[in-house]
Write a new protein. Structure first.
Length: 108
């Protein structure tokens, strides 16, 4: 797992420095309702689970990389947020993450 953790809640994207920070920010009921998707910085999906009242995030062994989907979601978010950065449409994942952090910082 490569940080940051990218969490997509129905198109609203937040970046977290760690799985623990991301887990603390998520609502267990929303995890149960599958309202979140979470990825590492390389586009690998992460597994979300609820233990008691806590959200636990772990590596999802065996699932393939979803880099293209994550790039598309980040581009869409940045375009909707009307960032002042030109060329978002042609950026690769690592550049999209850099732009996001420069524009919005990390959650928490």
């Amino acid at each position: 797992m490569v940080p940051p953790i990218i969490v997509n809640e129905n198109g609203d994207i937040q970046l977290f420095r760690s799985m623990e920070e991301a887990g603390r920010a998520m609502e267990p009921i929303d995890v149960r309702n599958e309202e979140y998707k979470a990825y590492d910085a390389e586009g690998y999906p992460l597994h979300l689970d609820v233990e008691g009242n806590l959200v636990v995030i772990t590596d999802r062994q065996g699932d393939g990389c979803q880099k293209e989907e994550l790039e598309r979601d980040l581009r869409s978010f940045l375009e909707r947020a009307r960032t002042e950065v030109p060329g978002v449409g042609g950026m690769r994942l690592e550049d999209l993450i850099r732009v996001y952090v420069e524009e919005f910082g990390y959650a928490i």
